[in-house]
Ligand binder design. Sequence first.
Ligand code: TEU
Length: 583
Amino acid sequence: MMRKIIFLPIVALALFSSCKTKNKNSTILSTEKKWWKEATVYQIYPRSFKDSDGDGVGDLKGIISKLDYIKSLGIDAVWLNPIYTSPQKDNGYDISDYENINPLFGTMEDFDTMLKGFHDRGIKVMMDMVLNHCSNEHKWFKAASQSRSSPYYNYFHWWPAEKGEPPYRWSIFDDKAYGWEYNKPTNSYYLHYFADFQPDLNWENPALRQDIYKMMRMWLDKGVDGFRMDALAFISKDTTWPPLPKEYNGNWGLYYASGPKLHDYVQEMNREVLSKYDVATVAEAMGDVARVKKFVDEDRKELNMAYHFEAIDFGYLPGEYKMPDPNGFDLVKWKNVYVKWDSAFIDKGWGTMYLGNHDQPRMLTRWGNDAPEYRVASSKMLTTLILTMRATPYYYFGDEIGMSNIKFDRVEQYNDVELLTNYAQVKAKGGDLKRFLEGMKISSRDNGRTPMQWDATANAGFGSGQPWLPVNENYTTVNVEAQENDTTSVLNYFRKMIRVRKENEVLVYGRFSLLDANNPDVFAYTRELGDQKLVVLLNFRSEVKKVNTEVDLTKAKIIISNYAVASTDGSLQPYEATIFQVN
Ligand code: TEU
């Protein structure tokens, strides 16, 4: 049954009422109110959240058992990483059946129970949609790879071997960084921008597109509230396969993203699927401001939100895979990245804010300070940043208790295909593997994938079986149970910060302006809407630092602070985060 949008007048009013805000610098912020702009999205990586059956892998029944906990956070929506049938070689981003649940996670009945459980609690559910590629075990690829005359052959991109070697394309998850794989039965190469077990889907083919739309409608008809669209920028390819230009220089975001028909496809998807439902959509959108904006400019009728990579990929050495700069990251430049992306969506579109997800290390280790004495203050400080930007916050599970990187020493401890293939590349080039592994302690994806730390019992209460990735050994002190009744805990600060965002519309729609822009240690800004003005001060250092706000804070009202006594004298305590209301 189609769950078409039936707008009750009152809902329609709320959804379409427009708030035009004139600020003192007289620019007009035109902001159409939407539930997904006001929502805080909590990301659940199902493998690592809660294991109900003792097989060491988190599952849907595990999530169901934690619905009340999730509700207690005050979040509005969840985004679930892929739970579809999959060989799990890239933990579900290699889908072999888009219309079923992987038995590892449960059954469709479990899914329905979980969805209802979220909806009963007023929480929306966003599913991950992997539309650039599927698994080589998908029935489409199995048939396609048998014969060129298979009706599914053109569901993929092929280069016939009689034409010689295909033109070079890069692959992010390949031992040889080579994006074509030879397939004997068809005597042709198939394209894979990701791992060789993730063949790219051929969106040129209308039959493929129709199958995809049908599948998306199936999930929406079930009542799903939105999609996070994986690697969407890559779905269109220039199928004349031109050689890469000299200026390419490894920048696939610029040269592979936004293929010539990308936006035709997204607009078609909008017409055929998305426009028929009240859903939230967010794309992984690689590229510069102009490219990313195209996805979310309302007039173009594509998607709602996009997330860029400029702030999250910041502070790595150029030309190397996620190698952190030993000098740390330049806060002044980082702040300017946020200014740039905020202004990208001033009049049109809407952005996202995140500091961690399943492709990232723990935000505490990467952007804060995971030393025991700074864990609490810097986790709260980063939480404050995420929840005070003019963008929809995406908050990664476990960050609400201040989980940190596990920092494996040996390559054998890793599970992640991205790490393992990049390790193989460094090894093949005779590179410095020790240095590589040191860097990965800060940046690798598995750091963000260790099991949720529920309590101080065995396996941190994640489940009775040996977890698929080890539990961080700090679980005996860093866990939900220990923080539940502690009013000063990171967990309770997160809940409080969510309430602060909900109670202050200015934090959603208000203008964002940087303060003390050249301050190398403090991220300071104002948010303004109508007559309300908030000042947000965030100290990114483990020492007391000065900030110049040009406002007398001694008379300002303190909305929230991560210190019992907030500083009002133009200094900030280590990792202090304080929000003031100044009028
Ligand atoms: O990631 C897409 C992507 O571009 C990755 O390169 C990501 O930015 C990188 O891993 C960061 O180090 C998506 C998913 O989020 C990721 O988990 C999948 O592995 C990938 O697609 C393939 O589906």
